[in-house]
Write a protein that binds this ligand. Sequence first.
Ligand SMILES: [Zn+2]
Length: 280
Amino acid sequence: MKFKSEKRRNEDVQCFKLCIARTLNPVKDHLERITRQLEKQAETLNFEGISFPMKLKDIKKFEQQNPQVSVNVLGYEAKKIFPLRISEMVEREHYVYLLLLEDKHFVLISDLSRLLSHQMSNHKEKRFFCLRCLTSFTKKEDLDKHKESCEKHDCVKLRMPEKCSILEFKNFKHSMHAPIVVYADFECLTKPIESCKPNSEHSYTEQYQKHEPSGFCFNIVCDGKKIKSVLYTKKSVDENIGEIFCKPLKNEIDKVWTSEAKYMIFKEEDKANFETSTNC
Ligand SMILES: [Zn+2]
């Protein structure tokens, strides 16, 4: 909501003051109108020692001088809203939510949930937002639970990678060597599931198929060499493929372990070195 005024220059300077005054003195219609009454109400706020245009860093001082108000500021960039300043004053009579435009103009947010919901597609129901990270929840209890951990951190601005950008892992020398690796694959038959029709007014996940294992294959690789390969296909309907898979897998790994693993030769001298060393 932007204040309408012919005195645009004055409005840019006074916008913070007027937004706070409007939150403390709500009206039903034309929240954006600057009336003489609103200007008078703005004068009752304590701005001692604060210069205009208002700066983000001075909001803390303003909150200390006006103990009824908690001020939260959001930013707007590349069509996205993000948190700029989240107040530490949590038990106050009035909570003000402002949007800072072009680094200088404060705009009053009259309906925070509606504004933030705009950023999300496919979500029509009311959502509860965490102001620090702008994550949203359908239940207030879930938000309260999230806040317990989120409040321990500074507010964050989510930055997605550029379109088509690639993240690569190149430092293979930093990866850890695994002496035994198992590559396993299950074959499944899909069986339809009979269930009630979900309510299309809410988002839902419909389960319509069940994957029933019909066989498996696994390869055991030790130091880059294929040591063992096992292929199994279900012989009768009542066989439990999960159980059948675990048993030979364990046996084969035990066998590889006893035949391929080499024990360290650790002498008394090595033991002494190990115990006195300070670097790994
Ligand atoms: Zn959060």
